[in-house]
Design a protein around this ligand. Structure first.
Ligand SMILES: Cc1ncc(COP(=O)(O)O)c(C=O)c1O
Length: 395
């Protein structure tokens, strides 16, 4: 049994304007979109509450909160009212285009509870911008990004108790967007479903922050020019599982994704890649591959670039890096650190790369090198509210 409740007022909602990631500055198109509106939100509360899990041994993405947000769209009727309702299964037509042709995309973001008991989102408009871009590529309808952040804030408010009371755990937020066309024709969907589910996650480093090992082989590629590697579409991830298993067969934890005959380094596992080194000209440099269509524009990546540029302590560069560059720099002792970045782990140091039968050992002082540690601290201080920042949005 569930009850329909009045929609709580959003009068106290902090404005996203001035948050540093202001939607109104991104493309000015928002006003022309006939989007769903948080003002139309219908909330149906669950009468039952699931037990909260023990976070210490929680496997990522296996436990879900009590509620979910769903918003339907049809070409004929436009966006329908957003609904927050008890978490439950979806009912989909067997011909649904998400199932057959991967007309699908998702996002990954988190809500963090600080020691002040306030719950915060980290730069949610950046997730919305990326989601809007993925939606355009998937031929799914446009939506008002600020309205979706507001709907997500309301969902997290409803399931606030699910945001762990811990400065290392968080509530993972998974916005998902499906083409629900009831036809086997390969075409732009005339029906779609946007939904958001919440899953508590423990500390990524509960067993200690150990550097990861990578398998670098050009046998499989994650992305290609003109493809969808810069969008967060399910097909990119489903197709990567096979290579991930091969990495494990070779005694490595994740894949280092390369591209091209010159073995450009693109991403590591589901993370962006950073190299901190003395470059070919002897300059101390933090380098990451440029957003040229092959790379997912990570929110953590952007934040690391903005933070380190603000520090102004070393050169910060978006540039191509090849395996030959890395191997040469390692031989000459010019590599200081290498790490992946992403919402799940913030930063994850790389300790070893298996490449062409050779183990390349990356310097990793005390498992968590200096720059990676500093970045992790600065970013988590913002996420958990220990440092005031306009990157935080209160729930
Ligand atoms: C392929 C890929 N690269 C990079 C990232 C890091 O992105 P973010 O920092 O937004 O989590 C992710 C995670 O979403 C990813 O799936």
């Amino acid at each position: 049994m569930a009850s329909v409740t009045a929609v709580p007022s959003s009068a106290n909602a902090p404005s996203l304007k001035g948050s540093g990631d202001d939607v109104s500055t991104s493309n000015g198109m928002e006003d022309s979109i006939h989007s769903f509106k948080v003002a139309d939100l219908v909330i149906e509360l669950s009468q039952t509450h699931k037990a909260k899990p023990d976070l210490t041994n929680l496997v990522f993405g296996t436990v879900f909160s009590d509620h979910m947000l769903t918003i339907e769209w049809t070409n004929a009727g436009g966006w329908q009212k957003p609904h927050i309702k008890p978490f439950g299964n979806l009912s989909l037509h067997p011909a649904c285009s998400a199932m057959h042709y991967a007309v699908q995309l998702f996002e990954g973001m988190k809500a963090y509870r600080g020691t002040d008991d306030k719950v915060r989102l980290f730069r949610p408009m950046l997730n919305m911008n990326r989601m809007a871009k993925s939606a355009e590529r998937a031929c799914l309808p446009a939506f008002d990004r600020a309205e979706l952040v507001e709907c997500i804030r309301r969902l997290v408010q409803v399931d606030r108790e699910w945001v762990p009371q811990s400065d290392s755990a968080s509530l993972y937020i998974r916005p998902t967007f499906l083409g629900t066309e009831r036809s086997l024709g390969v075409k732009k969907p005339s029906h779609a479903l946007l939904y958001v589910i919440l899953s508590p996650v423990g500390s990524f480093f509960s067993t200690g922050a150990k550097p990861v090992s990578l398998w670098a082989d050009s046998k499989y590629i994650r992305a290609w020019r003109g493809g969808t590697g810069d969008c967060k579409m399910g097909g990119n991830y489903g197709a990567s599982i096979y290579a991930q298993h091969e990495a494990v067969d070779y005694g490595c934890q994740q894949v280092l994704w390369q591209y091209g005959d010159d073995h450009q380094i693109t991403e590591v596992g589901s993370m962006n890649m950073f190299l901190f080194w003395n470059n070919e000209n002897g300059e101390e440099e933090l380098a990451t591959p440029p957003l040229d269509g092959l790379i997912l524009p990570g929110i953590t990546r952007q934040s690391i670039l903005e933070l380190t540029r603000k520090w102004g302590e070393f050169k910060v560069c978006e540039r191509y890096l090849t395996m030959a560059d890395l191997r040469c720099a390692l031989k000459e002792g010019r590599v200081k650190e290498m790490f992946g970045s992403g919402t799940a782990c913030v930063v994850s140091p790389v300790g070893r790369i298996l490449y062409q039968g050779e183990n390349l050992h990356i310097p990793c002082q005390e498992d968590f090198p200096q720059l990676a540690s500093r970045l992790r601290k600065e970013l988590t201080d913002i996420q958990y509210g220990r440092t005031q920042s306009d990157w935080s949005v209160l729930v």
